[in-house]
Design a protein around this ligand. Structure first.
Ligand SMILES: Cc1cc2nc3c(=O)[nH]c(=O)nc-3n(C[C@H](O)[C@H](O)[C@H](O)COP(=O)(O)OP(=O)(O)OC[C@H]3O[C@@H](n4cnc5c(N)ncnc54)[C@H](O)[C@@H]3O)c2cc1C
Length: 357
């Protein structure tokens, strides 16, 4: 019998597990993959009030965000953060949980959930408390009977042989290349950058990514205007692509309930990514810490009625910002062409003063 079973070795799951295991409780993490590999651009804002494990996963330092409006004018904002290689970052958090005493089962996707026990590929286990930290398509949430979340879909290349702006995260708003979202260029080491798009709707995000690289105002800088650019579906030459990832994130805001008896939801499984920026790492880390501390309190007092405190603490911290962001997203989705987007963007994007008015 485990004290806590955590589903998913992403930031939310590993931080929850580390916090519980550190207090001496028997903790198990079930991870569906053989290693950490969440698809992500890996921008983390330094405002995070947590000790980040040391490691060589930092790919670049960021001191400024440059936001481009549809007419290519831009707006600079000072901010401090860094871009990480997500698989290595997640792996270091998982190892930190492991060092604290948590057991990790890799290649062990959750396949069933009943009160007090879980089934996974290759076995089952009993646990006093279960945490669903299994991301945007959470099986834990489906086993609890919860609705699927509204998502944005993303595609990203890491390109080599280009010169990104120094220490700058670039964000591009344009309904042609990123309807319902934005495109980004994040420096990721010498002569390389992560170039991606996040969009809502049914069309393939890779198609938008290709158009951004080939046809937008930064196509020359990205080396996207190649001799074969006349062929509309010809893709970026493979020699320039170091990595391709695709993924999704929740943009429907925080789920109404985060605590279901002895089962908690944390991170993307609970809708904690910001509906406008799509950033979810910081909130997942924060939720993991709060979930872990609440679980320790419940175990120390042998009182599971303390678990709903997790939900109230999260709502107090994240409820307002996420619901404001959700309102902004609804407005962003009404901006169906570049003229309207140009006019309304300052009220809809976090680096403008108007967003906070
Ligand atoms: C392309 C892209 C770019 C992004 N860029 C950024 C960014 O720059 N900055 C930022 O802050 N956020 C970004 N995000 C969002 C960010 O990745 C998430 O918000 C964050 O990873 C949420 O952490 P989590 O721990 O809740 O979930 P995840 O990181 O998704 O971790 C969930 C874990 O659960 C595992 N799992 C899933 N199902 C099961 C199962 N059935 N059984 C066992 N294990 C399971 C998964 O393998 C995974 O390891 C991006 C997302 C995408 C898709």
């Amino acid at each position: 019998m485990y004290d806590a079973i955590i589903i998913g070795a992403g930031p939310a799951g590993s931080v929850t597990a580390a916090t519980v295991a550190k207090a001496g409780y028997r903790t198990l993490i079930l991870e569906k993959n053989s290693r950490c590999r969440s698809p992500c651009a890996g921008y983390i804002n330094s405002t995070i009030n947590m000790e980040i494990p040391a490691g060589d996963f930092i790919q670049s330092k960021i001191t400024k965000m440059r936001t481009y409006l549809p007419d290519s004018s831009f707006h600079d904002f000072v901010l401090n953060g860094f871009v990480v290689d997500r698989p290595s970052f997640d792996m270091s958090l998982a190892m930190k949980a492991n060092d604290a005493g948590a057991q990790i089962k890799w290649d062990a996707p959750l396949t069933g959930l009943v009160p007090g026990s879980v089934k996974f590929r290759g076995g089952d286990a009993k646990g006093k408390i279960i945490v669903g930290a299994d991301g945007v398509f959470s099986r834990t949430a489906s086993f609890l009977g919860l609705k699927k979340q509204k998502i944005a879909v993303c595609a990203q290349y890491r390109l080599k042989g280009i010169k990104p702006l120094h220490d700058t995260a670039e964000i591009f708003f344009n309904t042609d290349y990123a309807p319902g979202g934005y495109a980004w260029i994040y420096p990721a080491g010498k002569d390389s950058a992560k170039v991606g798009v996040g969009v809502t709707g049914t069309k393939s995000p890779r198609m938008y990514l290709e158009s951004f690289i080939r046809q937008s105002g930064v196509a020359d800088r990205l080396g996207g205007r190649m001799p074969d650019s006349r062929t509309p579906d010809s893709r970026m030459p493979d020699s320039r692509i170091i990595e391709y990832i695709t993924g999704a994130l929740p943009v429907g805001g925080l789920r109404e309930k985060l605590c279901f008896g002895n089962v908690l939801l944390a991170g993307d499984s609970a809708g904690m990514a910001d509906p406008i920026t799509g950033a979810g790492i910081n909130n997942a880390l924060l939720a993991g810490e709060i979930a872990g501390k609440t679980i320790v309190e419940a175990l120390e007092n042998d009182d599971m009625t303390l678990l709903p405190r997790y939900e109230s603490k999260i709502k107090k911290l994240l409820g307002r910002p996420l619901s404001r962001s959700l309102e902004k997203r609804k407005k962003l989705e009404c901006c169906q062409n570049n003229e309207i987007l140009q006019q309304h963007l300052p009220g809809l994007w976090v680096t403008f003063r108007e967003y906070w008015d």
